[in-house]
Ligand binder design. Structure first.
Ligand code: SAM
Length: 213
């Protein structure tokens, strides 16, 4: 996603502190305080322009959502979508998710979504893939014991790599779909990338995995 630099983005982010938590490291262990109701917490890493978190927050008022996005030029679109008085259960973080353990307490998160993560196809960039084992170590720490990782991608190589990475880490695969849209019951919320790729006829893969049986 190459976007033109938006010089106003930093100010825009700071002016929307009711949607973007500006001190996420100080919020560790206390994210539920930001929401009207204490209810299951879902985290999306690499939220992009926010279509998924916005749609999920509206579809699931019984859950709370947090989206992490490091690109200021992109997160502003997510802020625009969530800047709606009807949405009470979604917050954003403008940060790199590499230090997740410093932002979330142990067992603070119920669901972790990885949507169309950057594939980093070169072997020398393996460590940057969001399903590399060092990321899984962090997810294990912040997720509840029965928490779930839900991953969607159009990229077959990243999907296969991630299935292997989850398995090698000792995780349990709960669901593997090789064509999500063929079996969608109408509840799937599409991301911006998902819409773009599926319009081109590409298959969408999804898997769900947990750290316990
Ligand atoms: N999830 C969105 C979608 O499906 O439309 C965006 C997908 S885009 C390929 C990946 C996004 O993840 C980019 O916006 C990028 O800035 C963000 N991202 C990648 N690595 C990240 C990290 N370590 N922390 C936070 N955001 C990250």
């Amino acid at each position: 996603m190459r976007l033109r630099n938006k010089p106003w983005a930093e100010d825009y982010i700071h002016n929307h502190s009711h949607i973007v938590e500006l001190n996420p490291y100080e919020r560790k262990g206390q994210w539920q305080e930001l929401f009207d109701h204490q209810q299951p917490l879902a985290l999306e890493i690499g939220t992009g322009k926010g279509r998924f978190i916005d749609g999920m927050a509206r579809q699931h008022p019984e859950m709370n959502f947090i989206g992490i996005e490091r690109d200021k030029n992109v997160i502003v679109s997510a802020i625009e979508k969530l800047n709606d008085p009807e949405v009470h259960n979604a917050q954003l973080i403008h940060e790199n998710a590499k230090d997740l353990r410093d932002m979330f307490g142990e067992n603070e998160v119920d669901y972790l979504y990885l949507n169309f993560s950057d594939p980093w196809p070169k072997t020398r960039h393996e460590k940057r893939r969001l399903t590399y084992y060092t990321f899984l170590e962090q997810y294990q720490n912040v997720l509840k014991d029965d928490g779930t990782i839900i991953m969607k991608t159009d990229n077959r190589q990243l999907f296969e790599y991630s299935l292997v990475s989850f398995s090698q880490f000792g995780m349990t695969l709960q669901e593997v779909s090789l064509d999500l849209h063929a079996t969608d019951d109408g509840t799937n919320i599409m991301t911006e990338y998902e819409e773009k790729f599926s319009e081109k006829g590409q298959v969408i893969y999804r898997c769900k995995a947990s750290f316990t049986n």
